[in-house]
Design a protein around this ligand. Structure first.
Ligand SMILES: [Zn+2]
Length: 123
């Protein structure tokens, strides 16, 4: 399943930064997914549950924000949102457009649980 490999890379990034920060647990993960990635929300949830089991991310809240594809017209310069299949300029009808948003998958925010005890080198 496509979503498993996507979630796998998200989780390894999250785990790495959480460990580097010295976090005990990951509380929530906010990710942004472009519609052109064609990730299904339910499948992402399922992949998350399955892959986070036994890791620092287990039980974390997963928040997904889906963003619509957006292109800029090469002829008139207008920026417009469109669906996965149509990217013709709505202003001038040009087909010469460049995609500027919609293919991304990134982590927007991670909330972690930090240890209460101050570390030894602090007073
Ligand atoms: Zn145009």
């Amino acid at each position: 399943m496509h979503e498993f490999s996507l979630m796998d890379s998200v989780l390894s990034t999250v785990e790495e930064s959480a460990r580097q920060a010295g976090a005990l647990r990951v509380l929530s993960i906010d990710i942004v997914i472009g519609d052109l990635i064609q990730a299904v929300e339910e499948a992402m949830d399922f992949a998350f549950e399955a892959l986070s089991e036994g890791t620092i991310c287990e039980g974390a809240e997963l928040n997904m924000t889906f963003v619509k594809p957006k292109s800029v017209c090469q002829d008139c310069g207008c920026e417009f949102e469109h669906d996965v299949f149509h990217n013709k300029c709505p202003d001038c009808g040009s087909i010469f457009t460049t995609l500027i948003q919609g293919k991304e998958l990134y982590i927007d925010k991670i909330e972690v649980d930090m240890p209460d005890e101050p570390s030894n080198d602090q007073t």
